[in-house]
Ligand binder design. Structure first.
Ligand code: THG
Length: 643
């Protein structure tokens, strides 16, 4: 039986207890600089000698204590185990290369994590019985650097670290925690969802490298009563961003708030999360001295009330809590019925700062097209002239005009597309009125797409991948997209080229669907087919059936590839009427009228510029539909004449 199964079985039977604060317990020992270096301990090896002679202050580096004061840490674990904790956390909250840089202690990172896991595991083993097995959660804490926030208010696009650095730091920590014997991976106190997504990416990578598959717990932090994470997301948006995590055992909330304040956010998360739920609050809000006063009885009684509402499966404490708090919780938990995992419809669930769920009652999703350097002369000019603030106003205009997603494309020969994508997305992240919606990263270059994915904390969409370069590339990219936690557009394009007939559209989409669902295990609801909207009324006879082929392909996909969505670039349709907006708009609107009936879910459009079908003048509509539905040989001629 895997640890995942073992824990799942237990969690269906009862509430599991996770331990309380480590920092609070360490503080009681009032350790000085000398103690942090090992104090009177005999320097018995080369590592301890290096710590002893380390040329930076080490006082306050709590994580280092697993090497220099192992008995203190071991005894804290024992106290929590004695109080009834089923899961204890390793003392590794800041044990990454990035956080340890504060003490110039990067060289000790592997050893700290390895020893921390060993010490915790030994303590857990001492207390483990068949009736009450104990588990060690290897803790990946937050960082002092953020991927979605700038530390400089005057430079909102600046970032103090990179995706690759964060992934490398968490990977190093994970390797050591797993080597040391951790049973669970715990990504906790998530202030910044993008950092957490990098941690999840590292989990994917390290599980593959080590060929292991531990259960993973993710715990976010809502920082105040606005109900948002520090990086701006609501709890449901946070859930949508992290639920692609492999082997996800639980999601939950910890830190920043006391139990009482967490109630509304916990309720929201509990409603949507299709895994177990954890909660380990602080012992109330901090007092004037920055301490925590909530008594064990009070905190446990508040949490018991939540338990009666069946809001959680795992409970414990964060800052300010002690073994007493945990003992009270453990006693109360015996009478609590565990939360049942809710059933959720398999809708596409995206997010920006806010969740966006493609529910059936949504008739059509507008994806704003104007933030595209090849699709808007204005946007291209602004980006080339480095006028990013004004370029952001294009994005805002699209959102204000009703775009529920925005498509961002920087593919232009004269641009450093990767740099432009990163800069624009980082600036955009600081604009809540824009960043509330999910992002569609649009590029024909995979490197640009990857850079884009590394900048978005929400669950976005890749636009696009295809079978153009064969199955191997396609599978590799799809797997990566999963690790980044995005949905994807798949173009009807294969080794032979773009699908330009109904038959080819069907064949390619079916083949791609099979590969994605059967080989990659890609969720069908996150697959968006684009069966190619090409220009019609071009004067070339072979183009006459293009609109109809798209509509028929849409109907076929929706009837034959369960869960998959259909999208397309609507403005492509009318390229031969450039400069004649009224005709273009009539074409788009009539086209969407038919395509949506056939099942088209979303489209890249000029948001706010879609006319109402019933308001198209009758004569215009007839000529437009003659073209779109390929109803007569002289359709193009007649529409050109009208134009
Ligand atoms: N499928 C997918 N992605 C896509 C497309 C698609 N991305 C790009 C494109 N096609 C969709 N976006 C646009 C954006 C703008 C226009 C067309 C498609 C457009 N722009 C005006 C023009 O060219 O006439 C520009 C006018 C101006 O400069 O303001 O029509 O099909 N998956």
């Amino acid at each position: 039986m895997t640890t995942y199964q073992q824990l799942s079985d237990l969690l269906r039977q009862r509430i599991l207890i996770i331990d309380g604060a480590m920092g609070t317990m360490i503080q009681k020992h009032t350790l000085n600089e000398d103690d942090f270096r090992g104090g009177k301990h005999h320097v018995h090896d080369e590592l301890h000698a290096r710590i002893c002679n380390h040329n930076h202050d080490l006082q306050g580096n709590n994580d280092l204590l697993v090497l220099t004061q192992p008995d203190i840490i071991r005894n804290i674990h024992r106290e929590y185990l004695a109080a009834g904790a089923d899961i204890i956390e390793t003392n590794t909250f800041s044990a990454t290369r990035i956080a340890q840089a504060d003490y110039e202690a990067q060289e000790f990172v592997y050893e700290i994590n390895y020893r921390a896991a060993k010490i915790a595991k030994e303590a857990a083993t001492e207390y483990s019985t068949p009736e009450k097995p104990r588990f060690v959660a290897g803790a990946l804490g937050p960082l002092n650097k953020s991927l979605s926030l700038s530390p400089d208010v005057n430079n909102p696009g600046y970032r103090s670290t990179t995706w690759d650095e964060v992934v490398a730091a968490y990977s190093e920590q994970l390797h050591a925690l797993i080597d040391g014997g951790a049973d669970i991976v715990l990504i906790e106190t998530v202030f910044d969802t993008l950092n957490a997504k990098a941690a999840i990416y590292a989990v994917n990578k390290v599980f593959q490298e080590k060929n292991c598959n531990l259960p993973v717990m993710v715990s976010g932090t809502i920082v105040d009563m606005s109900g948002r994470t520090l990086s701006g997301q609501t709890s449901e948006a946070f859930w949508n961003s992290i639920r692609h995590c492999p082997n996800l055992l639980s999601v939950g909330l910890n830190c920043a708030l006391g139990a009482e304040q967490m109630h509304p956010f916990l309720t929201e998360l509990s409603r949507v999360a299709t895994c177990f739920l954890s909660v380990y609050p602080n012992a109330g809000l901090p007092n004037e001295m920055g301490g925590y006063d909530e008594t064990p009885e009070h905190m446990a009684s508040v949490l018991q009330q939540f338990g009666k509402e069946q809001l959680y499966n795992i409970v414990g404490g964060c800052c300010g809590t002690t073994p007493d708090h945990i003992a009270y919780m453990e006693k109360n938990a015996r009478t609590i019925i565990p939360r049942e995992i809710p059933q959720q419809e398999s809708y596409m669930r995206l997010s920006g700062y806010e969740p966006f769920i493609l529910r059936p009652e949504i008739n059509f999703v507008n994806i704003g097209e104007r933030t595209n350097v090849t699709g808007s002369a204005k946007f291209a000019k602004l980006i080339k002239e480095n006028l990013y603030d004004e370029a952001l106003s294009v994005a805002l205009q699209q959102v204000d005009a009703g775009a529920q997603i925005i498509d961002i494309n920087m593919d232009e020969g004269m641009l450093d597309s990767e740099a432009a994508m990163v800069k624009f997305l980082n600036l955009l992240a600081a604009e809540p009125d824009i960043a509330r919606v999910p992002i569609m990263v649009d590029s024909s270059k995979w490197s640009v797409i990857e850079k884009g994915l590394q900048c978005i904390q929400g669950k976005g969409i890749v636009n696009s991948i295809s079978l153009k370069e064969g199955e191997e590339k396609f599978i590799e990219q799809a797997r990566k997209i999963r690790s980044y936690g995005a949905a994807t557009v798949v173009m009807a394009f294969d080794e032979q080229g773009q699908a330009d007939s109904l038959q080819r559209k069907k064949e390619i989409c079916e083949r791609a669907y099979k590969i994605l669902t059967e080989i990659v295990d890609f969720p069908p609801e996150d697959i968006i087919f684009d069966p190619n909207i090409f220009a019609v009324a071009t004067g070339i006879e072979e183009h006459n059936n293009y609109a109809l082929d798209f509509i028929d392909a849409t109907r076929w996909i929706k009837n034959n590839l369960p869960g998959a969505k259909v999208s397309g670039g609507v403005s492509n349709l009318s390229f031969s009427f450039r400069g004649n907006e009224p005709i273009r708009r009539a074409m788009h609107s009539a086209f969407l009228y038919h395509a949506i009936q056939a099942g088209m879910d979303m489209g890249i459009v000029n948001a706010g510029q879609i006319d109402i079908y019933d308001e198209i003048p009758k004569h215009t509509l007839e000529l437009v539909e003659d073209v779109l539905l390929n109803r007569r040989a002289d359709a193009t001629e007649r529409l050109v004449e009208l134009a």
